[in-house]
Design a binder for this molecule. Structure first.
Ligand SMILES: Nc1ncnc2c1ncn2[C@@H]1O[C@H](COP(=O)(O)OP(=O)(O)OP(=O)(O)O)[C@@H](O)[C@H]1O
Ligand SMILES: [Mg+2]
Length: 167
């Protein structure tokens, strides 16, 4: 049976970063990752891991004054969007579909923090919801939506090799 969702325990920030670092191996160019989770849940840390996985050396920080931070030095471009400070009307004014329809933008990986604020979503994406774990660390729920498809089992087992202390 093919898994469409998986829960991954992330005991510390290194584990969050490792998860991000592995993702580019599995995601085809043009993939979109919608990130959800409370303040400080680890969304930016995960995007920093994605940057590392793509070979981007420039430090990745959440876009504050720009809507999109573009990093083009890696294997694929990374587009990092953070909707936290934007009102729904402001989001609609921006042609955000460019970052998943790839009409004027070179296909890469788009990661959107606070994606629950999107007025509309792409048809295919990886949803990652980060929550605080009761004991320590975080839990990530990964969900494949639409036609985006890769083996979540393989990703999960590769992560367990990197974090052998996890059962
Ligand atoms: N699995 C984890 N366990 C414990 N701490 C973590 C974990 N992952 C990330 N952190 C830490 O949580 C803090 C917040 O991380 P980060 O800035 O990535 O969260 P965020 O979801 O982007 O926050 P914001 O909502 O402000 O955008 C950082 O200090 C980071 O190192
Ligand atoms: Mg953030």
């Amino acid at each position: 049976m093919v898994l469409h969702s998986v829960l991954i325990s992330l005991p510390d920030k290194k584990a969050t970063r490792h998860l991000g670092k592995l993702l580019p191996k599995y995601l085809p160019p043009g993939s979109v990752i919608l990130l959800e989770g409370d303040l400080g849940a680890g969304k930016t840390t995960l995007v920093q891991g994605i940057g590392e996985g793509l070979g981007i050396e420039e430090p990745i920080v959440s876009p504050t004054f720009t809507l999109v931070n573009e990093y083009t030095e890696g294997r694929l471009p990374l587009y990092h969007i953070d909707l936290y400070r934007l009102q729904p009307s402001e989001i609609e004014e921006i042609y955000i579909e460019n970052y998943w329809e790839w009409l004027e933008v070179k296909p890469g990986i788009t990661a959107i923090e606070w994606s629950d604020r999107l007025p509309y979503k792409p048809s295919d994406y990886l949803d990652i919801c980060l929550t605080y774990n009761l004991d320590r660390g975080r839990i990530a729920k990964l969900l494949l939506v639409g036609k985006l498809n890769f083996s979540l089992e393989d990703l999960n087992s590769e992560l367990r090799i990197l974090n052998p202390e996890e059962k």
